[in-house]
Design a protein around this ligand. Structure first.
Ligand code: SF4
Length: 377
């Protein structure tokens, strides 16, 4: 999986696409092209391993078909190990990891997809070429190396670690409801190891959006090479992609502000663009740019397809945001207070006074003072 040569013209095209991806102005393209060119000349090695994952984040990334950017990353970085797309198998594949450790210690990026099982010596999730078998909860399993051991070996020698997807970053679905496997998010597991560790950057999403992952890798590499900045939020996610609440930019925000909610799934014509809050939308507590970036090469996104946002980019997904189709409970979430507290919504990024006033009116049994009659049924 090593690179192929790209022309200067192609490179500028890549840089233009990358600048758009990272939300940079066109004026930044020459500077970005230079940085990327130097970066590609060094071919930063990437080792991409998988823990308790469904491979959804890999599939999401590989399904992307925007011109150039994914190609740039796959061709001009040196991806030494990726279970789904690498050509090598068996001994050859594992040797690629060993060689990277020997030749590029302190220089490679470790991507981890899926969290880390820690119970039963981590034997719930293994890969490698161990000999013989061992017992796991009464079953005979191959004596391969647990992902926990791989991370213990690889993380201290990486330049940076990218936890790709909600499961890797925060535990996601595998960590919900007292996982018997001892599911541990990647950053938490790495910090539990102690000692000097590289920075760990989280990418939310179930799955992660290809732009979020590619952009975060590029930002991390540019940062490590001293040519860019890494602007992270309090959850160690890039502010480029996770800097604003979905609710702030949602195309149905006007419906929310006007109290026009989808009351049940058979109620109305989807073209009415009713707010999905009462059907469980988690957009008011989820920081991500789905509504402006959209998915599947900008075709659509969850709310645009008449589904509520499930908050899959949030650190609270899945456990604290479920049931997914129930409205947000009167619970304190990070950055937002209880539902009856209108100012809480405003503090979380809402722009209008009386946000969702009709909804809150119904909850509180009081008529909101600053809204007109007739919005609520
Ligand atoms: Fe959009 Fe959901 Fe906010 Fe309604 S609650 S405006 S559907 S993000």
């Amino acid at each position: 999986m090593t690179g192929k040569t790209v022309s200067r013209r192609q490179f500028l095209k890549h840089a233009g696409a990358t600048a758009a991806l990272l939300g940079l102005s066109e004026a930044m393209i020459p500077q970005l092209a230079k940085a990327l060119e130097e970066l590609a000349a060094g071919k930063p090695p990437v080792i991409w391993i998988q823990g308790q994952n469904c491979t959804g984040c890999s599939v999401s990334f590989l399904n992307s078909n925007y011109p150039g950017v994914a190609e740039l990353v796959l061709n001009d970085l040196s991806v030494r190990y990726q279970p789904n797309v690498m050509g090598g198998t068996g001994q050859t594949a594992v040797e690629a990891i060993d060689q990277t450790l020997q030749n590029a210690a302190g220089k490679f990026v470790l991507v981890v997809e899926g969290p880390v099982p820690t119970k039963e010596n981590g034997d719930f999730c293994t890969f490698g070429l161990g000999s013989g078998t061992k017992k796991l909860m009464g079953n005979t399993v191959p004596n391969d190396k647990p992902i926990a051991e791989w991370i213990k070996q690889l993380a201290p020698k990486a330049a940076a670690v990218i936890a790709n997807g909600n499961c890797a970053s925060f535990g996601g679905i595998p960590a919900a409801n007292a996982s018997v496997t001892g599911t541990t998010p990647v950053p938490k597991y790495i910090s539990s190891l102690g000692g000097k560790m590289p920075p760990v950057v989280n990418v939310g999403g179930c799955p992660s959006h290809p732009d979020w992952f590619v952009g975060t890798v590029l930002e991390a590499l540019l940062f490590l090479s001293g040519k860019g900045k890494l602007n992270l939020n309090s959850n160690n996610m890039s502010k480029t992609f996770f800097g604003q609440l979905i609710h702030e930019n949602c195309e149905r925000r006007a419906s929310f502000d006007s109290g026009l909610f989808l009351e049940d799934w058979n109620q109305a014509d989807p073209d009415m663009k009713l707010c999905m809050f009462k059907q469980g939308c988690k957009g008011p507590v989820t920081y991500a740019d789905c509504c402006v970036r959209r998915w599947n090469s900008k075709v659509n996104w969850c709310v645009g397809a008449n589904g509520p946002c499930h908050g899959c980019a949030s650190p609270n997904f899945y456990k604290e945001l479920s049931p997914l189709y129930e409205p947000l409970a009167n619970t304190n979430f990070a950055g937002i207070s209880t539902a009856p507290d209108v100012l809480g919504w405003v503090a979380a990024g809402a722009t209008a006074v009386g946000v969702g006033a009709h909804y809150l009116y119904k909850q509180l049994g009081e008529k909101p003072k600053d809204t007109a009659e007739g919005g609520e049924k």
